[in-house]
Design a protein around this ligand. Structure first.
Ligand SMILES: Cc1ncc(COP(=O)(O)O)c(C=O)c1O
Length: 389
């Protein structure tokens, strides 16, 4: 019998095998769905050990926790009911009333909305600071105060695909005794493992690449045993657990993550190069382009540049025409699935940010974001070409 806590040498092997088979699944190769809310009591001596879906402790959860920790080089991991549940539970575990957060200034809209609309109610404050390419550490020094507890960033920011000097974030956090948290949804562990360069916690919207098939909403947080136990305890109260059926789909999706990301990296690189030379496009944001301002930072920590890119068209009418003319990609929000998606962030993911703030950040109506799928890249390029004519 294989030890379900065993870790393999490589990420691709861990994606397939780590975490399974769980001792309670009778040797089944695919983890069966344990669709039972509660279980017979045995010899549990802590509340966390009482088996119940909200406590995220069924075999479906345990398998995922081991697999996620193995691929992100963490000691422990926890799944949650969504990416936002992972983000909010992580923040609320370490940031109390009176505390303060430093947060990158171009975050996923939902994370930014949580700070904008909920921080005051919970009694904590935050400052958004530039943390993309060329960001000046003196701005961080200026924003920090004696109550600052956390530095929160994204590995590749949404939707401008900025990659900051992530080693500098770790160094700054350590020097000021801050817990460093990074949303690694866009890069995934295949391209970048933040814990290996010293981040304390990694969060994911597992809805995206980890699942990869656009059929569940889920989240994850990975880090040290001690930090994950604290987050788990907070989650028991907040209630953001993942249903076993969604666990099953997430585990199934994760097995092919390495293959999908390899294809999405190479498709996105070709597509970014195509857009970069097209007359109807003003500017492409993709860290894999050698002249992109984020390229140097990305190259220093990542082995691939991911499947997400965005570009500015000549004007917003061109952006709208493009969205209405593509025939293979779907016009939809979310990202990270096998299918290519196109969307205007200003009218979807980032619509909750006030318009003046959006414009200041460059989230204008002529910006289009592409989540590149695993389709045949030449067929996609042909479609993009006709959509821009
Ligand atoms: C980078 C990033 N983080 C977090 C989230 C939130 O994830 P979820 O929708 O699973 O709550 C998203 C959603 O789009 C995202 O793009």
């Amino acid at each position: 019998m294989t030890d379900y806590k065993k870790r393999y040498k490589t990420l691709a092997t861990n994606l397939v095998h780590a975490g399974s088979p769980h001792p309670n699944i009778e040797g089944a190769i695919a983890t069966p769905i344990f669709q039972s809310a509660n279980y017979l009591m045995s010899d549990e001596n802590t509340y966390e050990a009482v088996r119940y879906i909200r406590l995220n402790n069924t075999p479906n959860h345990h398998v995922l926790h081991n697999k996620l920790a193995a691929i992100e080089s963490g000691e422990a991991a926890h799944v949650t009911s969504s990416g936002m549940a992972a983000i909010s539970a992580t923040i609320l575990t370490f940031v109390n009333a009176g505390d303060h957060i430093l947060a990158q200034n171009t975050l996923y809209g939902g994370a930014q909305n949580f700070l904008d609309e909920d921080a005051a109610g919970f009694g904590f404050s935050y400052d958004n600071v530039p943390a993309g390419p060329g960001a000046d550490v003196s701005a961080w020094e200026k924003a920090i105060n004696k109550n600052t507890k956390m530095f929160y960033v994204e590995s590749i920011s949404n939707p401008l695909m900025e990659v900051g000097d992530l080693r500098a974030v770790v160094e700054f956090a350590k020097a000021h005794n801050l817990i460093s948290v990074i949303d690694n949804t866009f890069a995934t562990a295949v391209n970048f493992r933040p814990l290996e360069i010293g981040f304390d916690l990694v969060v994911h919207s597992a809805t995206k690449y980890l699942c990869g098939h656009s059929d569940i909403v889920a989240g994850a947080v990975i880090g040290s045993e001690e930090n994950i136990a604290k987050i788990n305890h907070k989650l028991l109260h907040l209630g953001g657990s993942l249903d076993p059926h969604a666990c099953f789909l997430l585990e199934r999706g994760m097995k092919t993550l390495a293959l999908r990301i390899e294809r999405q990296n190479s498709n996105a690189q070709r597509i970014a190069e195509f857009f970069a030379q097209h007359d109807a496009i003003r500017k492409v944001n993709y860290p894999g382009l050698t002249d992109d301002p984020s390229h140097k930072n990305a190259k220093s920590v990542m082995s691939g540049y991911g499947g997400m890119l965005s570009f500015y068209t000549k004007d917003s009418a061109t952006a709208e025409r493009f969205l209405n003319s593509v025939t293979i990609p779907k016009h939809a929000a979310s990202l990270g699935g096998v299918e290519t998606l196109v969307v205007q962030p200003s009218r979807s993911t980032h619509m909750g940010i006030p318009v003046e703030e959006r414009e200041r950040l460059g989230l204008t109506d002529d910006l289009v974001r592409v989540s590149v799928g695993i389709e045949d890249v030449d067929e996609l390029l042909e479609d993009f070409k006709q959509a821009l004519e």
